[in-house]
Write a protein that binds this ligand. Structure first.
Ligand SMILES: [Zn+2]
Length: 302
């Protein structure tokens, strides 16, 4: 599956229902194809509020990514956005009838399956990329994230938890729809068992269970099995793909993250958007000559 050169939407509409991870309320999401490029646009149907998936509208980034407009909140949008961005579906109307999107199985896989079942449809025109031309970095002590000039989109992520069951995990890959589906899309969200009481006392994770999250205790995961040995860092990359969708256009660059999370992902997107001198528009995603130079130098191809 080569990277698309045209803007894409879905071939037909689909509806997915479930419950929110944090509020545990039922929610139905209708993905509606568009006839011309619009970007990804949410509609909160009870109020009719139209909320473009854009970093400028992102707020409240503790444990999930939330869009806020005219007093309406849409929480936990990142896994759907990740599936759409990962599969290069960047133009869609997303109708949501509650304030938190369904958590489903805690990964992006159910969204990926639904999108592929609906089919992907090319729109007229050329796909435009934001190509990083100068490094942009956000740093907060030992935690940091940066976007570096690079042809293609490559992600490098490191997490480092004091809990031995999680420990240090790192992964790197150049993103294509096929690699997204195979390497990242099925990785589930995770938390530490010791955090659960504290989250619940704050009204968070009320819909959380071993059916939609990996819970790490002192001796290892409480779930029966992991989908990948390093499922946690893969999920962080899944989240990063979703949060970068808030740029409003696909990115070309190497994004490196160290112990980051939603707040830093979104801060990077905001910093890129705020400084047009560090990127430029291009329609050329992967110049062939650059690909052949880079590939033999990559230590950990994925
Ligand atoms: Zn997540």
């Amino acid at each position: 599956m080569p990277r698309s050169t045209t803007p894409q939407t879905l071939s037909r509409e689909i509806t997915i229902s479930g419950r929110g991870l944090h509020g545990n309320h039922p929610c139905s999401v209708r993905l509606v194809p568009v006839s011309a490029p619009t970007g990804l646009v949410f509609v909160h149907t009870p109020t009719g509020t139209v909320i473009p998936a854009h970093a400028d509208l992102a707020g409240d980034l503790v444990l999930a990514t939330t869009l806020v407009k005219d007093g309406v909140r849409l929480q936990t949008i990142e896994h759907l956005l990740s599936a759409l961005a990962g599969l290069e579906v960047e133009h869609l109307r997303i109708e949501v009838d509650a304030e938190e999107l369904p958590i489903l199985d805690g990964s992006a896989a159910p969204w990926v399956d639904a999108i592929l079942q609906a089919g992907i449809h090319s729109l007229e025109g050329r796909r435009r990329f934001m190509k990083i031309t100068r490094t942009v970095e956000i740093r907060n002590g030992d935690r940091w994230i940066r976007a570096i000039p690079f042809d293609g989109l490559r992600l490098r992520y490191v997490i480092d938890f004091p809990l031995p069951a999680l420990g240090r995990q790192s992964r790197e890959l150049s993103l294509t729809p096929e690699k997204y589906r195979r390497e990242l899309g099925s990785a589930r969200t995770f938390c530490l068992a010791q955090e659960i009481d504290q989250m619940r006392s704050r009204g968070l994770a009320l819909g959380g269970s071993l059916d939609n999250a990996v819970v790490f205790g002192a001796d290892g995961p409480l779930n029966e099995s992991l989908r990948y040995e390093d499922e946690a860092v893969r999920h962080k990359m899944l989240d990063l793909v979703g949060d970068l969708a808030l740029l409003g256009a696909p990115l070309l660059g190497l994004v490196e993250a160290h112990a980051a999370g939603h707040a830093m992902h979104v801060a990077l997107a905001k910093a890129i958007l705020a400084d047009p001198s560090c990127w430029e528009w291009t329609e050329d995603a992967e110049p062939a000559n650059v690909r052949s130079i880079f590939q033999p130098l990559v230590a950990q191809p994925a």
